[in-house]
Ligand binder design. Structure first.
Ligand code: TYD
Length: 198
């Protein structure tokens, strides 16, 4: 009985305080506090569908770093839309690295990149091309900051664990080179309101 009286008096107090604030009449007995309203109109970030290509190179696969690398992109908030493991051909690599064919390190790069399987992925999200490059770190691990993938997992430029496209145009070209459109999934992430809408 006493509890009932306290409950009703509490409701009265909350109602009169709400009326004084001009609050909506959503308050009903049993609901002491109005629910926090979800914004009904959110809009997608302008480049929320931006995509980039990330590859774990043969040394990363051999050293069982695939899981840790995927985790970094997942926890950052990006969405995985394509993933495969493959033994790369020299033809594909010479297309991928077409701008480096004349470099002295190119033959060694080809040997390294074909020395074992790679895991190649397409990640999607706001500003993903630039952010992936920052997450991957400097090409030369000697100069890569701690906290970046190369800065944490590698010590030499010729074994730098991971690749990420360096520009929007590069990303589009590389994604088309490594994946067929049918292998990229268009799916809704349940946390998209937190990662790709404003
Ligand atoms: P590059 O496209 O210049 O760098 P990034 O991978 O950061 O986009 O070079 C491609 C790869 O070539 C690089 O990841 C490692 C290899 N490489 C060497 O082995 N020696 C070198 O001197 C350079 C510049 C690159």
């Amino acid at each position: 009985m006493l509890q009932q009286r306290i409950f009703h008096s509490l409701i009265k107090q909350v109602r009169s305080a709400s009326a004084a604030r001009g609050a909506p009449k959503a308050l009903t007995p049993g609901v002491l506090f109005p629910r926090v309203q979800r914004r009904s109109k959110s809009i997608g970030l302008p480049d929320a569908r931006e995509q980039t290509l990330v590859a774990v190179k043969p040394d990363g696969v051999q050293r069982r770093l695939v899981g840790q690398i995927i985790q970094r992109f997942e926890q950052r908030g990006f969405k995985l839309v394509g993933l495969k493991m493959l033994q790369v051909s020299e033809e594909l690599l010479s297309e991928h690295y077409c701008q480096l064919r004349t470099k002295p390190f190119y033959p060694g790069l080809l040997r390294y990149m074909t020395s074992g399987p790679v895991v190649v992925m397409v990640w999607e999200g706001h500003n993903v091309v630039q952010m992936s490059r920052t997450m991957v770190g400097h090409t030369n691990p000697t100069e890569a900051q701690s906290g970046t993938i190369r800065g944490d997992f590698s010590i030499h430029i010729s074994r730098n664990v991971v690749h990420a496209s360096d520009s929007l145009e590069g990303a589009q070209r590389e994604i088309q080179l490594w994946f067929q459109a049918k292998d990229l999934l268009d799916w809704d992430c349940c946390d998209r309101a937190s990662t790709s809408e404003i």
